[in-house]
Every structure is written in structure tokens, then in C-alpha cells.
Design a protein around this ligand. Structure first.
Ligand code: SF4
Length: 172
């Protein structure tokens, strides 16, 4: 009797408020990314289009900060359906450039920029992912280092904890 092949780990890369630079760092891995795609099931890449946040995955990479009510609802659903959640880059780990507005009156800025500010759904503050859900690991940088992301995935595939595990706990 033939043994069933072991299912590949399912990996997703999600985008929140960000410039896409961290995803591009991952894409720029070139041949290394193709080799990785042989070993994991890349079920979602934000650059390729939207994914149902209720899709079950083993590892979710998350780029970007939480800046809108939709972001907040989506990150909670992603967390619920991801075995490991890894925040990548300065936006996801500290709020990023969007976080500069945290020291200002966001409502006043919206009124100055948009003709219909009431149409803009925005949270008062732009916050890191760990402010809302448990984050298993953080990779810092702007952008994050592609080889570093690869090293984390390889460590997880080998069943070992990546180095410098931040072991973040939700602070909300
Ligand atoms: Fe872009 Fe930097 Fe944010 Fe990555 S951390 S999404 S490169 S602004």
C-alpha cells in the first residue's frame, strides 16, 4: 500500500497598511523562492489578489500596520486561522510611516486632505500587529530582508523555532 504524501505546510503572505516593499523583498528571492515553492504550499500572496482571511494556514506572514476598522477585523480573523503568525517589516512591527499620524489629530488631517472625510474609514492610530493579536515572531527592517524570511521558513520546515523568537503577546 502506498503511503499518502505528507501535505506541504500552507503559507500565506498578507498585506495591511503598507507600501508592498516587504512582499517585494520576498519576491526578489528569485530562484530561492521557486525552490521554496516546491516545499511549501503558497496559498496566498497579497500581491496576487485578495484571500479569504478564514483560510487555514500553517504560517501567515503579515506586512503592514492596522490603520482601518477593516484591518482590525481582518487581522483577528487571520490570527484565528493561522497556526503561526509572523509580522514582517517596520510597518507590521512598529506602525511604520503611517504611525507618524499618531502624534497628530487624525480627524483634522482627514478634513484638510479630503473633500468628504466622512467617507474615509480610518482608525485614530496606526498600530503594529502585536497591539491586536498574538504575534509568534517578528522580523524587523524597512524593507525586511528576503533571506531572513527564507531562513525563518526553513527553520519552521525543520521543526525548530526561528532564532530570536520575539514571543509577543497581545497587549490589547
Ligand atoms: Fe514598505 Fe518599509 Fe512598510 Fe515594508 S516596512 S511595507 S518596505 S514601508
Amino acid at each position: 500500500m502506498n503511503a499518502q504524501p505528507t501535505p506541504k505546510p500552507r503559507v500565506a503572505v498578507h498585506k495591511f497598511s503598507s507600501c508592498d516593499g516587504c512582499q517585494l523583498a520576498f519576491l526578489n528571492l528569485g530562484e530561492d523562492l521557486l525552490a521554496l515553492a516546491e516545499r511549501v504550499d503558497l496559498v496566498h500572496f497579497a500581491e496576487a489578489g485578495p484571500l479569504d482571511p478564514d483560510t487555514e494556514v500553517d504560517v501567515a506572514f503579515v506586512e503592514g500596520s492596522v490603520s482601518t476598522p477593516e484591518d482590525l477585523e481582518r487581522i483577528r480573523r487571520i490570527r484565528e486561522h493561522s497556526r503561526m503568525l509572523i509580522a514582517i517589516g517596520a510597518c507590521a512591527t512598529s506602525g511604520g510611516i503611517q504611525g507618524l499620524r499618531n502624534g497628530a489629530d487624525a480627524a483634522q488631517w482627514l478634513a484638510q486632505i479630503y473633500e468628504h472625510p466622512e467617507a474615509i474609514a480610518s482608525l485614530e492610530r496606526s498600530t503594529p500587529i502585536a497591539s491586536h493579536v498574538k504575534v509568534d515572531f517578528e522580523l524587523w527592517g524597512c524593507p525586511v530582508s528576503g533571506p531572513q524570511m527564507l531562513a525563518v521558513v526553513n527553520a519552521l520546515l525543520l521543526g525548530v523555532a526561528p532564532r530570536d523568537n520575539a514571543d509577543k503577546v497581545c497587549t490589547e
